[in-house]
Design a protein around this ligand. Structure first.
Ligand code: HT7
Ligand code: ZN
Length: 851
């Protein structure tokens, strides 16, 4: 394993301004001929070293003449004594049909497609596989026209030629230079829907979405989302699409969500196909968000790309920020913010406490595949959001304009981005830049005092020690606050709205007539953990009165966590458990408050995941966390039963997102009453005309007695067995069931004819959901959960290291487990590490976890 360091970056020794690629798809292999224009970019007689993985080399030609003086070993092709400029032609064979890694050129169902980010292109042909080598590509794809009537690549189709009776050859040209990770090739019998978008300068862009035959009628929502994204990027950032054609292809086998290849996005079908019968409201939002994200990459990622992979957050953090803003504008800003922060808290915060903690811009890696993380993406987006908050909307926009003016067509660094922001705004971001190089979730402990008409907040910031070795200097971030009196009157002074924290310890004093209640870091102003010793009454006041809707939600979250924490204490000391009556009463008021938006009210009915609770414990005890959660939710459901039933019934009549959201949130809490809800859930399950209601009812039926549950399981499977995406939901539901028998069921399901252990979506739905979302049973006391997942990781790693490595993140809590659980987990970690031939990516995760 070789560690790669940012400090070792050097410019490429050779540039490749032009690439001509011929891909000839045959029955058993594809033959790839590439003609690279190579230009020396260094002095001396440095050899040319190209990357190439699992390529069967046929020939190497230099300026048209075959040469033999080269070396192809350890995934590198080395050629010495090159002139300053030459055309290098290589011909290789690759086998897309048996490429289960899903990197490079591979088969998904009946479609052949590529996934080249981060380092897949080296599996297609010999190339300098790094993002700062930018080339103009002409790509010709040839194949049997019956099997592959559609042959697609980046840019514009410039020639389409029948070859004899059976074959077709399509030539594509992309006028914009790009790194090789953005190259895409697709071949298949594809159906499509088409549309167009007229840009602000009047150019007409053809839009095409391709799917498997019979599926394209589910792509209309994706198409609408694409057009909305194009318009939003023009309106918000002045960014116009630059090619004449934008294509999206949906495939069922894909390692991630989607890929932003220039002009030819390739998507996991889960983020393209959606109709109300088969997709939930949340799936619809997922499609809109991912379509937007990949489209926005056209500028933040493609036209301005990363100099090296350490800069990944340059494109990912910024593009996530952009897609979050888009979705906020298109849906409900507060609800979206709460959902984004919840993802950050339940994925990125644990990552920061775990073995793979890293700053948004790491300084070293063994394989970059392990850094497509919540830290680089979601925390990266929070860092951009802080710049946005600090600079304000206009200056942020000026910074973006300057960034594109300076860097379009270049491969740049995060420093280049921050410099553009500073230069355009005059805002000094020197200290702020520490966010790029420091890991860990800062803990902001706030204390308050009241004396002689002065309310003082004492703010202390601590950067925790993490598994990543880096400085822990004070950070600079916005910290807007509100102040409320005990009756909920808003007394926020103007000065409170623009507070900034920059030191380890700071005090802020406000003149108030009485002691007040602070609402801190409003809007979740920074990716920090705010600690303040609120009393239950203070939180209830904020829950009732806080005008900052994020912090109003956060008051509900804090009250829930306090209730569960109290129950944990009660269980530990054998006391009777009960939820504070004041909390119940305040919920009753909320549930009947007509001024609250329904979707927002649904977020206030906050249900934490078991791991969110365990994370607050010094030593993670998932079983106890699960027990306390169940007790809490059952009591909440009992106390609020009539209110929740009323809420459920009052929202039955209108079939719209908001009504479905509040109705099903009520049902979800009521489901902790077990068979009491069987009747209403069965009715909804039988009559539902949309997947949102159907799934909500199905999930609730999982909590009923076995006969009711098994009946629902059978009926679901029978109805949807032929729908790949809907069946993923069924597998997830089975995997996250809270029951001692769940692992035995999962073992049986892994042999089910509908299960395919080479399909990443299926793996994530069954094994990933069990390991990541069924904490109570994955961490079972007999260690069988660990053993089962370890077996799967070992097996999957032999063909798909991306999926095996991400499954291995389930072992992240290792260092926080009690002695007995830790010993059981360690046995499995060691077993994996000792397996011969495990991938570099998996090895990196396991060794870091064991450290
Ligand atoms: N930029 C894309 C990253 C991606 C990826 C990374 C590793 C392995 C497979 C992958 N598929 C797509 C996705 C995005 O952020 O838009
Ligand atoms: Zn992205």
């Amino acid at each position: 394993m070789k560690e790669i360091f940012l400090k070792d970056y050097i410019e490429p020794n050779y540039l490749i301004p032009n690439v001509e690629l011929y891909i000839n798809i045959l029955e058993k292999e594809a033959v790839v001929t590439s003609m690279l224009t190579i230009v020396k970019n260094c002095s001396g007689d440095t050899p040319l070293v190209l990357d190439g993985k699992e390529l069967k080399l046929h020939s190497v030609l230099l300026d048209g003449k075959e040469i033999f003086d080269f070396d192809y070993s350890d995934d590198k092709l080395t050629i010495k004594n090159l002139p300053n400029k030459a055309v290098l032609t290589t011909t290789v064979s690759i086998d897309p049909y048996n490429n289960k890694s899903m990197e490079g050129f591979y088969k998904s169902g009946n479609i052949l497609c590529t996934q080249n980010e981060a380092e897949g292109f080296r599996r297609v042909t010999f190339f300098s596989d790094r993002p700062d080598v930018m080339s103009k590509y002409t790509i010709t794809v040839e194949g049997d026209k019956k099997v592959f009537p559609k042959l697609l690549s980046n840019g514009n189709l410039v020639e389409s030629t029948p070859i004899g009776e059976n074959r077709l050859r399509n030539k594509w040209e992309d006028p914009f230079a790009k790194p090789c990770y953005l190259v895409a090739i697709v071949a298949g019998d594809l159906e499509s829907i088409t549309d167009s978008f007229t840009t602000k300068s009047g150019r007409v862009i053809d839009l095409e979405i391709y799917t498997d035959p019979g599926q394209s009628n589910k792509a209309y929502h994706a198409m609408e989302s694409l057009k909305k994204s194009m318009k939003w990027d023009e309106d918000t950032f002045g960014l116009e699409y630059d090619l004449d054609l934008y294509m999206v292809v949906a495939v069922d086998s894909f390692n991630a969500g989607a890929m932003e290849n220039k002009g030819l996005n390739i998507f996991n079908s889960a983020y393209v196909l959606a109709d109300p019968k088969t997709a939930t409201d949340s799936d619809f939002e997922g499609v809109e968000g991912v379509i937007a994200h990949e489209y926005f990459h056209n500028w933040t990622g493609n036209r301005v790309t990363c100099r090296d992979w350490f800069q990944l957050t340059l494109k990912e953090g910024l593009t996530v920020f952009r897609d979050q803003e888009f979705s906020s504008d298109k849906t409900d800003r507060t609800v979206k913010r709460i959902s984004d922060v919840s993802i950050l808290r339940s994925h990125q915060y644990p990552e920061d406490k775990g073995p793979n903690s890293h700053p948004i811009k790491p300084e070293s890696y063994f394989t970059i595949d392990n850094f497509y993380t919540a830290t680089v993406y979601e925390k990266g987006a929070e860092v951009i959001r802080m710049i946005f908050t600090l600079l304000g909307k206009e200056k942020f926009r000026a910074g973006m304009d300057l960034y594109f003016k300076r860097h379009t067509g270049e491969a740049v660094t995060t420093e280049d981005f921050v410099s553009a922001m500073e230069d355009a705004s005059g805002f000094d971001l020197t200290q702020f830049k520490r966010w790029y190089s420091q890991a860990g979730t800062p803990v902001i402990s706030v204390d308050s005092s009241y004396n002689n008409g002065e309310f003082t907040l004492k703010v202390k910031q601590e950067i925790p020690k993490t598994s990543y070795n880096c400085p822990r200097e004070p950070l600079f971030f916005p910290f807007p606050i509100g102040l409320y009196d005990k009756d909920g009157r808003d007394l926020t002074p103007e000065a409170g709205k623009n507070l900034i924290i920059s030191k380890e310890y700071e005090e802020f004093t406000f003149k108030t007539e009485n002691r007040v209640i602070p609402s801190l870091a409003q809007g979740f102003s920074a990716p920090i953990e705010v600690r303040y010793n609120y009393s239950t009454d203070e939180l209830i006041t904020l829950l009732t009165a806080d005008k900052d809707k994020f912090n109003k939600f956060d008051a509900a979250r804090r009250l829930t966590m306090i209730s569960i924490d109290t129950i944990i204490g009660d269980i530990r000391t054998n006391r009777e458990c009960s939820i504070d009556k004041r909390i119940i009463e305040s919920y009753k008021k909320l549930l009947t408050d007509p001024t609250l938006e329904k979707r927002y009210l649904a977020t206030l009915l906050y249900i934490p995941e078991v791991k969110d609770i365990a994370l607050t414990m010094e030593e993670y005890d998932f079983k106890l966390a699960n027990r306390a959660r169940n007790i809490y939710l059952k009591q909440l459901a009992t106390e609020l039963k009539s209110n929740l039933f009323r809420l459920f019934e009052d929202n039955l009549a209108i079939d719209a997102v908001a009504e479905r959201s509040i109705k099903n949130s009520a049902l979800s809490i009521l489901s902790f009453l077990g068979d009491d809800i069987a009747e209403i859930a069965q009715k909804q399950f039988a009559l539902a005309e949309n997947m949102t209601d159907y799934m909500a009812a199905f999930m609730s039926l999982q909590k009923c007695s076995d006969t009711v549950r098994i009946e629902a399981n059978k009926s679901f499977k029978e109805k949807w067995k032929d729908n790949f995406l809907v069946m993923n939901k069924w597998f997830i539901t089975q995997a996250i069931r809270d029951d001692e028998t769940v692992l035995d069921d999962i073992k049986k399901l892994s042999l089910d004819e509908l299960f395919d252990n080479t399909n990443p979506n299926r793996i994530r739905s069954l094994f990933g959901a069990f390991a990541g979302r069924n904490s109570a049973h994955f961490h079972s006391e007999d260690g069988q959960g660990y053993k089962f997942i370890a077996d799967k990781i070992i097996d999957i790693d032999s063909y798909n290291s991306h999926v095996s490595s991400s499954l291995a993140s389930a072992f992240q809590p290792y260092k926080y487990l009690g002695e007995k659980q830790a010993k059981l987990m360690k046995e499995q970690l060691i077993r994996i590490s000792q397996k011969e031939g495990i991938s570099t990516g998996l090895n990196e995760i396991i060794l870091k976890t064991l450290k």
